[in-house]
Design a protein around this ligand. Structure first.
Ligand code: ADP
Length: 448
């Protein structure tokens, strides 16, 4: 087992990883920008190294600084968390070249799945259904029009290297195709340094359902059920729940098994998430994430499995501490992503936190690194906390979430807590009757 792990991330996920390390008796190294000197994860880590100024490209994306920090402190592994360098195949290669273990899948698998076009081709060949569309890159609008004619409008133009909900354009009719392809290519080149785009049928009322998988270096692969992440704004998740209110036990085990076999066929190692759109009883693959997800705690709550601990064990060459038959799903879990933003206009609201009180009690978990007196910096993602509740039934979970959101006090800045409080009282949410477009429509209706 490792003696010391460097955590190449910040905020709540850096703290989450630190906690797993502490419980395993592993020392931690935090890295931070000058804007994060006072962050809780930096205070709690065994050692910390400043790796640069506030801008992410100069600090959390600065590979030479991070490698130097690992070498100076003698870390024998690096956990990348999510975002930043977690899906950067070059980073994982450079880490390995320095005889440090990268806690994640191989560079080849990161590269393969990082290109959504190659990912779709590979998983299709492994027996996973994909969204109908171009079976590869679309180079010009004429080709795009021909494909759209075949699959039928509306369609969506997507960047092969896209992520974070960016690099997507919905096209309703032929006349709009030229502009959409051009705009998407331009955005893709600017944001991801790769202008390749592809086409998919635009599904009009799907749910977003994703399967968690985990695989060790000894050929053991398990699926840990699904998460429903259909409540989204601008293609970004806002509330997630597990299990999905839309699936029954047989659909879960059938799809879980399909995914498990495909991942085994791929020879993939580590944790990963296979994302699907689900409509009229059919699953359609959209992408695979080769890292820990923001929403991993809801899977932990219903399975009792510590995903970060397992990631570390896998990287150290140990076998999974369970088999598929040992994976038991217990109750329901819901996660609310709490952002430092105006709850209805979503304008960022960084600044100093005044009074701070977290909810507690049975079945309540808060993953966050903020505290009274802490200043939320303006440079990074606005998510400052995740409130996760677990209950025996979905109804118990909803009532507990209502209670916990009511207890949560974050003064001094605006947060999205009031939005969550409103959402979880909506009948459609209570009934689990929502698709990926529900939240946008709802926000349009309340904002006028
Ligand atoms: P990213 O990597 O940016 O997260 P994804 O491919 O995972 O992009 O898609 C993010 C979200 O965009 C999905 O959860 C869904 O809401 C929407 N989306 C993507 N593809 C389609 C599609 N073919 N039809 C309808 N919505 C889509």
């Amino acid at each position: 087992m490792f003696d010391k792990i460097l955590i190449a991330n910040r905020g709540e996920i850096a703290l989450r990883i630190h906690r797993a390390c502490q419980e395993m008796g592993i020392a931690t190294v935090a890295v931070h920008s000058t804007a994060d000197e006072d962050a809780m994860y930096v205070r709690l880590a065994d050692e910390s190294v400043c790796i640069g100024p506030p801008a992410s490209r100069d600090s959390y994306l600065n590979i030479p600084s991070i490698i130097a920090a690992a070498q100076i402190t003698g870390a024998d592994a690096i956990h990348p968390g999510y975002g930043f360098l977690s899906e950067n195949d070059k980073f994982s290669e450079i880490v390995a070249e320095h005889n440090i273990e990268f806690i994640g899948p191989s560079a080849d698998h990161i590269r393969l799945m990082g290109d959504k076009i190659s990912a779709k081709i590979v998983v299709k060949n492994l027996g996973i259904p994909v969204v109908p569309g171009s079976d590869g890159e679309v180079k010009d609008s004429l080709t795009a029009e021909k494909i759209a004619e075949k699959i039928g409008y509306p369609v969506i133009v997507k960047a092969a290297a896209g992520g974070g909900g960016r690099g997507m354009k919905v096209v309703q009719c032929k006349d709009d195709m030229g502009n959409a392809v051009m705009a998407c290519k331009k955005e893709a080149a600017a944001s991801f340094g790769d202008d390749a785009v592809y086409l998919e049928k635009y599904l009009e009322r799907p749910r977003h359902i994703e399967f968690q998988i985990i695989a060790d270096k000894h050929g053991n692969v398990c699926h840990l059920g699904e998460r429903d992440c259909s409540l989204q704004r601008r293609h970004q998740k806002v509330i997630e729940e597990a299990p999905s209110p839309a699936l029954n036990i047989s659909e879960r085990s059938r799809m879980g098994e399909t995914v498990r076999k495909a991942i085994q066929g791929l020879g993939y190692i580590g944790v990963g998430t296979i994302e699907f759109l689900y409509e009229d009883g059919q699953f359609y693959f959209i992408e695979m994430n080769t890292r820990l997800q923001v929403e991993h705690p809801i899977t932990e709550m219903i399975t009792g499995i510590d995903l970060v601990r397992e990631q570390i064990r896998i990287a150290a060459g140990l076998p999974l501490s369970f088999r598929q038959k040992d994976v038991k799903f217990s109750g329901y879990a819901i996660e609310c992503r709490i952002n430092a933003e105006d709850p209805f206009t979503f304008v960022p609201s960084p600044g100093k936190i005044g009074d701070y009180h977290t909810p507690g009690g049975l079945g309540v978990r808060v993953d966050s690194g903020i505290y009274s007196g802490y200043s939320v910096p303006p440079y990074y993602d606005s998510m400052i906390a995740k409130l996760i509740v677990h209950g025996k039934s979905r109804n118990e979970c909803l009532m507990r979430l209502r209670r916990a959101l009511g207890e949560y006090v974050i003064d001094g800045i605006k947060t999205t807590i009031p939005l969550h409080q409103k959402l979880i009282r909506e009948n459609d949410f209570i009934n689990g009757a929502y698709d990926i477009h529900w939240l946008e429509n709802y926000l349009n209706s309340i904002n006028g």
